[in-house]
Design a protein around this ligand. Structure first.
Ligand code: HEM
Length: 491
């Protein structure tokens, strides 16, 4: 071996020793976990089919709080209801930061409600909630809008005349139209190219982020930036979404009347004008673009995906479907659409929707959190800035919280008298300070669309119910249901 090779070898050895010393010194008060390799981190332990499966396996070995290295990045993982609740709810302030999420960071650069931190996040979250409430989120006016959209959806379903169709676009168009009308001021016609583009781009990105490519990108973003693969399409999709939103913002600017805001974009533009002279203002064009994108993404894909899971489940369990229809017929009848006032009298339907959300578990690893200060947690000390993954999947499938977590069983949300029973481990929207901003809207949409469809149609699979596979197509950011076709038969 020549002297240059020897020097390089010695340098590498020295770096490895330094890394191991630093990481073990750091680890003094961090939760336990598998020993990482330099740069690769715990890649060897994360080789199974997806990150969720690997992390769940590690939790069996290291307990409900452990440390893992995603490549060079150190992350603390929390598993099971008790640990997740203690962090997100009992120590909500400390765990309220947003952790690094490379698939989004490449686009947002930490801007917008969902991916910002500190004062900017607080200001944006407060303001966005205020505006969404002004435009009816959580109250009667948005209920009327959802019912109106529900009528359009029923018309479209009727047009299928019992023929097979894919529910993906059918459902997403109606769901997306609700958040679109809050953001852009009006709903789109179902064949409007802008609506279809929004759905296509968001759905494609959700799928890539939930695939092995999305997961690999989250571990080695700098490396994958140089490599070809479907992950590159994510950034093209983000770019196209940004152009589409920017075009709409320009149209809004041209016709803006600050005294009579028509929608979310008008309100934000007015606030930007008011704070124009404040150099510390959080209201600027890029923030508007990113926040609008967050709301569109959150408001389109999640509810649509949940409904697609729900229909597949109901087709697999026709007795559950029939019992929901019986309850709708008894409480609402057929002469009007179900409304939110009916929910209290429909415990079985309510339990089915909750159980669908638990079982389908559509955001299984939550969005990453970060501790906002040095945080004592279960005898460990997490240094300020430590990223934290809360495995919502292990909350929804925690045997200490649900009798038979692996089974789809609405009884998980019913008491002995068949009344609706809440569960603290129902966390599809997460919990604590970062709780999903759109939860009230999403829950309204789920109830109203779900019941309107079942009041009017029976869902039929193309094959035998017992052959329906409920396991997700892929798991990453989301649990993506397998693509399917179905029939609806007018009742
Ligand atoms: C079934 C439907 C939905 C599910 C399951 C869901 C789930 C989630 C989850 C798990 C988070 C991360 C919370 C955390 O970091 O701890 C989140 C955040 C968020 N969601 Fe939703 N969501 C849904 C619908 C919606 C809708 C309809 C909107 C739009 C109005 C929306 C907007 C957001 C936003 C803006 C955030 C970021 C909040 C923040 O960082 O402060 N979501 N959602």
């Amino acid at each position: 071996m020549d002297s240059v090779s020897t020097a390089i070898l010695l340098l590498i050895l020295a770096l490895v020793c330094l890394f191991l010393t630093l990481s073990s010194r750091d680890k003094g008060q961090l939760p336990p976990g598998p020993r990482p390799l330099p740069l690769l981190g715990n890649l060897l332990q994360l080789r199974s089919q997806d990150l969720l499966t690997s992390l769940t396996k590690l939790s069996k070995e290291y307990g409900s709080v452990f440390t893992v290295y995603l490549g060079p990045r150190r992350v603390v993982v929390l598993s099971g209801y008790q640990a997740v609740k203690e962090a997100l709810v009992d120590q909500g302030e400390e765990f309220s930061g947003r952790g690094e999420y490379p698939v989004f960071f490449n686009f947002t650069k930490g801007n917008g409600i969902a991916f910002s931190n500190g004062e900017r996040w607080k200001v944006l979250r407060r303001y966005s909630l205020h505006i969404l409430r002004n435009f009816g989120m959580g109250n009667r006016s948005i209920e009327q809008q959802i019912l109106e959209e529900g009528r359009f959806l029923l018309e479209e379903l009727q047009k299928t005349e019992g023929q097979p169709f894919s529910p993906l676009f059918m459902l997403s168009r109606s769901v997306s139209n609700i958040i679109c009308s809050v953001i852009f001021g009006s709903r789109f016609h179902y064949d409007d190219e802008r609506l279809l583009t929004i759905i296509r781009l968001i759905n494609d990105n959700f799928q890539i982020m939930s695939s092995a490519w999305g997961e690999l990108y989250n571990i080695f973003p700098s490396l994958l930036d140089w490599m070809p693969g479907p992950h590159r399409r994510m950034f093209q999709n983000f770019g196209r979404m940004k152009d589409l939103i920017a075009r709409s913002i320009r149209e809004h600017q041209a016709s803006l009347d600050p005294n009579s805001p028509r929608d979310f974009i008008d309100c934000f533009l007015t606030k930007m004008a008011e704070e124009k002279k404040d150099p510390l203002s959080h209201f600027c064009m890029d923030t508007l673009l990113m926040t609008t994108h967050n709301l569109l993404f959150g408001g389109t894909e999640t509810v649509g995906t949940t409904l697609r899971h729900a229909f597949l489940i109901l087709m697999k369990y026709p007795k559950v479907q029939a019992r929901v229809q019986e309850e709708i017929d008894r409480v609402v009848g057929r002469s009007r659409l179900p409304s939110l006032d009916d929910r209290a009298a429909m415990p079985y339907t309510d339990a089915v929707i909750h159980e669908v959300q638990r079982f389908a578990d559509i955001i299984p690893m939550n969005l990453p959190h970060r501790v906002t200060r040095d945080t004592a947690f279960r005898g460990f000390l997490l240094p300020k800035g430590t990223d934290v993954i809360t495995l919502l999947n292990t909350v929804h499938y925690d045997p200490s919280q649900f009798l038979k977590p692996q089974e789809f069983n609405p009884e998980h949300f019913l008491d002995a008298n068949q009344s609706f029973k809440k569960s603290p481990a129902y966390m599809p929207f997460s919990a604590g300070r970062r709780l999903c901003l759109g939860e009230p809207l999403a829950r309204m949409e789920l109830f109203l669309f779900f019941t309107a469809i079942l009041q009017n149609f029976t869902l039929q699979p193309l094959g035998a119910p017992e052959d329906i596979d409920l396991t997700p197509l892929s798991t990453g950011l989301g649990n993506v249901p397998r693509p399917y076709e179905m029939r609806v038969i007018l009742r």
